[in-house]
Design a binder for this molecule. Structure first.
Ligand code: SER
Length: 864
């Protein structure tokens, strides 16, 4: 049976049992800050388990793309070394949301494994939680498993938790004996040795773990199961390793042909690369990009680990990007996003590995220098390892690897300390974000959920469902609301909510599961009397946002047209004053291209096409070429926003009626956001008009200042710049011509023995210039001392210079300057060859010159 058939048969089995197929959520999780990557099939159902949202169906089945790279559920360094752990894997799962429970879950899993897939019952083992007698009995009563094969285990093995917090409950796992000798099995091996593989986990979700560590009961019991497709495929296809199945073999074969090495001779590098390339393709397809932070850093580490293992196969040049088409073809039928984004994925991986190769070369040189400079300590300091990481992008594990080869340690703790310091510095004050768990709600009406009616209305009379007082003001949930909650990059609406004539200002609107939460400022004396409120969305705010949102769609389509289809939206902000659009693109967008993009958008505005919104089935919309965005999770039915044929996007936002309402579009900024990501900022409507008006004012003012016509401005400014440069040159020459004075000072200078000493009073602008003259003077004196007093703006100062031969005799310009400074009521200091003094006393110079003369004579006479 092919892996694709196994996936299909799992889904069909549960569909026949009334389960609704749910598409895999993106691997880059939406709306769950506690997760870096989607790490289990149940992630997308977490709000249902926690009673925060209601499911459309009480039974679900899917095959979920999962990534486990760190934390509770994986250890990256092990991946590829063994044959059954992965960074990316597919989790087949079936769910009951408050519907069936342990009995069906157990019966059906056994039926599928043993009857449909025909797994050998003499190899299957089952574990149950120590307190779960119900599950134990069900296994024995509902299935024909032998009694001795159902084993009790404790919390570590059989109480499944999503993470530090979240839904959890006792679980029952099905394990499979992978060994050759059936008679060599024993219950002691289960959960202990790698010969027994966990195939399927049935979790009976009935609790929630809170942040303080306590466990509470959920209002309903649910079923959450997960079976690794890779392991099931191995078992069904009779392979000893996941890498030998048809899920990995095409990738490995491709690597064999590009490397001239054989998988059988040295499997580990092949396994690491085959595993990691899948993780990279899937996460990049869902919008992740390599970077130095968070999720992006995980991608970078994985890519670098794969790249390093490539070197073991003598693949020195970038090679990972060449395997991308194989992965996309292999998995693209089940996950069409791979095929759709394959050019983009290839580009991102290719760029990143090229960059890494350069980094490797530079980093290795620096590291070698560092290691050879180590004396007896034989430990690379945490701060040095961090510098390698921060400056050269050199990962810690690579530093450790290379250091280990030379028996050198790395201070890992010190490295992490530096990393934390840097992160703390970078952490910015977060914006206001509602965390429902921290809100103490007062429920006025027991209904849940709010209806958004803001596509049609800007005003409503609404009933208050919940309210709460928080530090920033009040938060309110209403039965229906015209306020658009922040979503898909569009900021929340602003406006007022009035209660019996008293206005509260709505300063933010957020969506939390089915609740639209309004954050308001104002005064309400007695909430218990409030039942209904009057909502009014600011028309000005909404209209500005609408213009920018529709313009964002036009810009997106124009970018694809001008720069190519590989351009993907990597982020967006639709604000009333401007729009910001991040796109995946690897070069600077030139001025010419910007102009063309602006022209495309503005010509669409001039066409004044009517905006159409329609609700379509997701698959139908995607098949007809509608653009779906990275990392968004879409339901079965989606809202499609179209501007004629030019732009078709899945979008829940608010839009203008016709493109002409946008008025005008102008890009104001194009910059690089990260490697492979560009950022565009643009304005529309009144903001664009204001921009042109301000620019016109600026030009008019410049014309007035420079007394010329607009078209003459560039020449005039160019001329002024030239004039400035030639004047500067002249000043320099004039200063230099003053050097003739220096020669005359030296010629008429006094002498003590062969030593010359010069004391002069000048009037020079700028301390640097005085020092420069001092420098020139000593090169003329050759052997002796020079003191140049300067008196501009009644601030006396001096530079003291001493020739090298006298410096060797311990005559120090710094000490002389200090004393000379004191003659003027100030101080001084500097180097032995050149020092400066400054005084505070007005008119002190004349006296200081006399004292200095005496001082110098004394000093030089001593040297005779
Ligand atoms: N949530 C469970 C797991 O991840 C079962 O799907 O193992």
């Amino acid at each position: 049976m092919k892996s694709s058939d196994i996936r299909k048969s799992f889904i069909e089995f549960f569909q026949q049992k009334d389960h609704k197929f749910i598409r895999s959520a993106p691997v880059v999780p939406i709306g769950d800050p506690t997760l870096l990557f989607t790490n289990a099939g149940m992630n997308q159902f977490k709000p249902i388990f926690l009673d925060e949202s209601k499911p459309d169906h009480s039974r679900a089945v899917n095959s979920q793309k999962c990534i486990r790279v760190s934390g509770k559920h994986n250890d990256l360094e092990e991946v590829g070394i063994d044959t059954f752990h992965h960074t990316f894997f597919e989790m087949l799962g079936n769910w009951s949301f408050g519907d069936y429970y342990k009995s069906e879950a157990i019966k059906w899993s056994w039926e599928l494994l043993t009857e449909v897939w025909g797994l050998d019952k003499n190899r299957l083992w089952v574990t149950v939680y120590k307190d779960d007698k119900e599950a134990y009995d069900l296994w024995l009563n509902n299935t024909d498993i032998k009694k001795g094969r159902v084993l009790w285990f404790g919390k570590k093995e059989n109480f499944w938790e999503m993470g530090e917090t979240g839904p959890c409950g006792p679980c029952s796992e099905i394990h499979y004996y992978m060994g050759d000798d059936l008679f060599n099995q024993s219950k002691e091996g289960v959960n202990r040795t790698d010969e027994y593989w966990e195939l399927w986990n049935l979790v009976f979700i009935q609790n929630e773990r809170l942040a303080d560590g306590s466990l509470i009961n959920l209002s309903q019991s649910h079923v959450d199961t997960g079976a690794g497709l890779e392991r099931i495929t191995s078992v069904i296809q009779g392979k000893a390793s996941n890498y030998e199945t048809d899920l990995f073999q095409p990738i490995i074969k491709e690597l064999e042909s590009s490397s001239d090495c054989k998988y059988a001779d040295n499997p580990v590098p092949f396994q690491v690369i085959a595993d990691h390339i899948r993780m990279l393709c899937f996460s990049i397809a869902d919008g992740a990009l390599p970077s130095n932070e968070g999720r992006g850093y995980v991608l970078r580490r994985i890519l670098r680990r794969a790249s390093r293992f490539g070197r073991v196969l003598k693949l020195e040049k970038p090679f990972l990007h060449k395997i991308v088409p194989t992965v996309c073809n292999l998995m693209g039928d089940a996950y069409p996003e791979l095929k759709e984004k394959s050019t983009h994925i290839k580009l991102v991986i290719g760029t990143e590995e090229t960059l890494f190769n350069q980094t490797l070369d530079r980093g290795i040189t620096h590291l070698e220098k560092l290691m050879s400079s180590l004396k007896s300590s034989k430990t690379i300091l945490g701060s040095d390892a961090f510098k390698l990481y921060d400056t050269y992008g050199f990962p810690l594990d690579l530093t450790e690897l290379i250091a280990r080869e030379k028996n050198i340690d790395v201070d890992v703790e010190g490295f992490h300390l530096e990393m934390t310091k840097q992160k703390d510095k970078a952490r910015q004050a977060g914006n206001f974000k509602l965390k429902e768990k921290n809100i103490d709600w007062i429920e006025l009406l027991k209904e849940k959920g709010s209806e958004f009616v803001g596509y049609e209305y800007l005003e409503t009379n609404s009933r208050v469902l919940k309210y709460s007082e928080i530090e920033e003001g009040f938060i309110l949930v209403l039965d229906k609301t015209p306020f658009y909650p922040e979503s898909g990059g569009q900021v929340g609406d602003r406006g007022t909510i009035s209660i019996e004539g008293i206005d509260l200002n709505v300063i933010d609107v957020q969506n939390h599961n089915d609740m639209i939460i309004h954050l308001c400022r104002g005064v309400v004396l007695d909430w218990s009397k409030v039942e209904r409120v009057q909502c009014v969305v600011s028309d000005f705010h909404r209209s500005s946002v609408k213009r920018n949102h529709t313009a964002t769609h036009l810009l997106h389509a124009a970018l694809k047209k001008e720069l190519g289809d590989q351009v993907q939206q990597a982020g967006s902000l639709v604000h009333p004053n401007y729009l910001r659009f991040d796109l995946t693109y690897f070069e600077k967008i030139t001025g010419d291209q910007i102009r063309k993009i602006e022209n495309i958008v503005n010509s669409q505005i001039l066409l004044n096409s009517t905006l159409k919104t329609s609700i379509k089935a997701y698959d139908e919309a995607i098949n007809s070429g509608v653009v779906a965005l990275f990392g968004e999770k879409y339901g079965d039915n989606v809202r499609v926003v179209s501007t004629g044929k030019f732009s078709n996007e899945l979008c829940g936002g608010t839009h203008v009626n016709s493109t002409g309402d946008i008025g005008l579009f102008k890009i104001t900024e194009e910059s690089s956001l990260a490697s492979g990501v560009r950022r565009i900022v643009a304005v529309t409507g009144t903001a664009a008009i204001e921009l042109f008006q301000n620019q016109a004012d600026l030009i008019f003012n410049m014309q007035r200042m420079l007394n010329c016509k607009e078209e003459e401005l560039p020449n005039r400014i160019g001329q002024l710049y030239q004039d400035k440069k030639s004047l500067e040159k002249k000043i320099k020459e004039l200063n230099q011509s003053d050097d003739s004075d220096i020669i005359s000072w030296v010629n008429k200078a006094s002498k003590v023995g062969d030593y010359i000493f010069v004391i002069e009073l000048l009037s020079i602008e700028g301390a640097d210039e005085l020092k420069r003259v001092g420098d020139r003077l000593i090169s003329e004196i050759k052997s002796g001392i020079g003191v140049l007093f300067n008196n501009v703006n009644d601030k006396p100062s001096a530079v003291v210079v001493v020739s090298e031969d006298l410096v060797r005799k311990k005559i120090n310009a710094g000490i002389l300057a200090k004393e000379i400074g004191s003659f003027m009521g100030g101080g001084g200091g500097g180097k032995p060859q050149l020092a400066t003094a400054g005084g505070r006393q007005f008119g002190a110079v004349e006296k200081a010159i006399i004292s200095t003369e005496k001082l110098i004579l004394k000093v030089l006479n001593k040297e005779l």
